[in-house]
Design a protein around this ligand. Structure first.
Ligand code: FMN
Length: 394
């Protein structure tokens, strides 16, 4: 019989603490070995007895002392394979970032050198607060894994980011981490475009758009992490892909097409995430256009890289459609007109979708098939996107 994976389930004092009971139940049901460690405030929301009953095991409170074992926090840290803290309060994020160790849970975390996973849960303003966001970014840089938070209705009635992931989804994410599932794109070669393109008007000015390149870079990372050989062709953007992803930097749509054509022939999949400028200047001025008068620019429709590639090369191709209106209608038209395998549509506005850390997309393919990937940060969304593409492709 394979050995059970040992989870230290940390419970902190957030309103979602009642859901931790369900997490504990699901973990036990799915063959994990679970020990629960609660903060003092968590006990204001849920009792240790609930967890003791569900896990059939002693619960460790903020001040638990065992006469026979004074180094309990070290023993707990040695025992666990993974620490999962759900819910993780704003206070807890701040505490572990700063190495605080003033109760059983924080002390055990500090003594722990394996995988820590946090499922934050808090009001949207608490989550969006610069302090919490800075703590979150710094913790990610320390390789702490985050499950969520999600966007949705909150206990206080607000709607926004900060909701804890549902227990079933936390279990699924955990299983994905521990299962080491076979990599779904092993042996495949994937070419991805990302970022904006720039179309010069004169030697110093250009037309471009607000694409940050984040979605394309994260999709490149996610394909790489699923075993694919990835080539990323990206327009000028500051967002960086993982070091292991091969990338080629380009400027204009013309450069992008030529770079894609140089590399596409032995690829299995083409993913066009780049926000290729739809227009280009009809005439490129060799001299800087003088600014003493107004300027009327004549623009020409730019090349459609996705259409050219999907028509010329017979491969599985995926396009992205950013739409401000009539998302489904416009996406389905592009799916048909460009003869591509899948279209990933997302709604954009001045505040949503583009140049933003979060996104949601709807995939359309085949005869009327569709799948909504809910709003979440682009890194998690890219992982889910690649998972769905693997279901469609394989
Ligand atoms: C009714 C109530 C609900 C709360 N819910 C949350 C929450 O969902 N998320 C959060 O970060 N803090 C929440 N707090 C604040 C935390 O309880 C507080 O920051 C506490 O110090 C957290 O301690 P701990 O992280 O050690 O458990 C809530 C407080 C109260 C009184």
């Amino acid at each position: 019989m394979s050995q059970k994976i040992k989870i230290m389930l940390g419970v902190t004092g957030g309103i979602a603490a009642y859901k931790s009971a369900e997490i504990a139940r699901l973990l036990i049901k799915n063959n994990f070995d679970v020990k629960v460690v609660m903060t003092r405030t968590a006990e204001d929301f849920i009792t240790p007895l609930t967890f003791e009953t569900l896990t059939n095991s002693k619960v460790y409170q903020y001040n638990t002392v065992e006469k026979e074992n004074p180094m309990l926090h070290i023993d707990l840290a040695r025992w666990a394979d993974i620490i999962l803290v759900a819910p993780a309060t704003a206070e807890f994020l701040s505490k572990i970032l700063h190495g605080r160790a003033d109760d059983m849970l924080t002390t055990s975390c500090l003594a722990f050198d394996k995988k820590i996973i946090l499922a934050p849960s808090m009001n949207k303003n608490m989550w969006e607060n610069k302090a919490t966001q800075e703590n979150y970014q710094s913790l990610k840089k320390r390789s702490i894994i985050f499950f969520g938070p999600e966007f949705g209705t909150q206990a206080c009635g607000d709607i926004g980011s900060g909701r804890m992931k549902e227990p079933e989804d936390i279990l699924k994410d955990l299983q994905n981490i521990v299962k080491k599932k076979p990599k779904s794109f092993k042996g495949k070669k994937v070419l991805i475009t990302a970022g904006p393109t720039v179309e010069y008007i004169d030697p110093v000015r250009y037309l471009s758009n607000r694409s940050s390149g984040m979605m394309g870079c994260e999709i490149a990372n996610a394909f790489h992490n699923q075993g694919a050989e990835v080539i990323l062709v990206k327009g000028p953007c500051t967002y960086k892909e993982q070091d292991e992803v091969n990338s080629i930097e380009v400027k204009s749509a013309k450069d992008m097409l030529s770079s894609v054509e140089d590399n596409i022939s032995d690829c299995d999949i083409f993913v066009s995430v780049a926000a290729v400028s739809d227009f280009t200047a009809s005439k490129l001025s060799k001299e800087k256009i003088k600014s003493d008068k107004g300027l009327t620019l004549e623009l020409t429709k730019n090349i459609d890289i996705l259409k050219i590639i999907s028509e010329k090369y017979n491969m599985f191709s995926i396009g992205f459609a950013a739409e401000t209106d009539e998302l489904k209608k416009n996406a389905l038209k592009k799916l048909k007109d460009k003869k591509i395998s899948v279209i990933a549509a997302n709604k954009v506005s001045f505040t949503d979708g583009i140049d933003n850390e979060n996104n949601s997309i709807t995939l359309y393919w085949g005869e009327g098939l569709e799948k909504i990937l809910k709003l979440k940060n682009k890194k998690d969304l890219a992982i889910e996107f690649v998972e769905e593409i693997s279901n469609i492709y394989n």
